[in-house]
Ligand binder design. Structure first.
Ligand SMILES: Nc1nc2c(ncn2[C@@H]2O[C@H](COP(=O)(O)OP(=O)(O)O)[C@@H](O)[C@H]2O)c(=O)[nH]1
Ligand SMILES: [Mg+2]
Length: 216
């Protein structure tokens, strides 16, 4: 498995994300999803893991996806569309696993997310974001198990890499890698990112361009 995306994909990714990205749709329920079109990639993860910040960093926009200090505020699937007539969309998923959420809310989140994951033919990959400071938590492992069952291709992205020392980052990466061995549906390579310093953005953009090229 190669970990270095080639220069051409990096450049394609740079161009794609230098283009205009816009918010197109927010959906609190499955009944109100936008019609399927193009290729979609979704960003999932615990509340506060950095989903919205990552979308902002990828697209070079400060406030495309609203970021929040209040965990669990976004309870909708938020769709962003790139240049080229909407060939390519990013989906900011509602965060899971915040302690203060009432049970009923967790249940409705779970239902929305899992139905979305199963019924979305345009969804090429789910990036599951994991905080570099914390590694995989039980709630993340539950989500990975569900993803295994839903036949959606998914990959782990470590976030906030700027917040941990290099040795610690290596450790969490190794531990995460080890945990993935029991999740054959997971893409084996882990991406390490920082929305703050831009680390890993070129690689993540390139990875998405590879998916896009494979589809078209
Ligand atoms: N240091 C650092 N902080 C980050 C990074 N990404 C997100 N954050 C912070 O983490 C908090 C939650 O981010 P947000 O994108 O709203 O998380 P979301 O709930 O998963 O969408 C915010 O205070 C962000 O500024 C990062 O790469 N580095
Ligand atoms: Mg968010």
């Amino acid at each position: 498995m190669t970990t270095e995306p080639d220069a051409e994909l990096i450049e394609q990714g740079r161009l794609m994300f230098a283009g205009e990205w816009k918010f197109i749709w927010a959906s609190p329920s499955l009944e109100t999803l936008p019609p399927m079109a193009g290729m979609e990639v979704a960003f999932a993860g615990r509340s506060n893991v950095g989903k919205s910040s990552l979308i902002n960093a990828l697209t070079g926009r400060n406030a495309l996806a609203r970021t929040s200090h209040t965990p669990g505020r976004t309870q909708e699937l938020i769709f962003f569309e790139g240049p080229n007539n909407g060939d390519f969309r990013l989906v900011d998923m509602p965060g899971y696993g915040y302690a203060s959420a009432p049970k009923a809310k967790i249940a409705s989140w779970t239902k929305l997310i899992y139905s979305f994951l199963q019924g979305r033919a345009t969804l090429a990959r789910v990036y599951v974001l994991i905080d570099s400071r914390h590694g995989l938590k039980d709630v993340d492992l539950d989500v990975l198990k569900s993803l295994d069952r839903s036949a959606v291709s998914y990959q782990i992205v470590l976030t906030k890499a700027d917040q941990v020392k290099k040795a610690e980052l290596e450790k969490v990466k190794e531990e995460t890698q080890a945990a993935l061995r029991t999740h054959p549906a997971a893409f084996p390579e882990i991406l390490v990112t920082s929305s703050r310093d831009g680390g890993g953005m070129a690689e993540l953009r390139a990875a998405m361009m590879r998916l896009l090229n494979e589809r078209s």
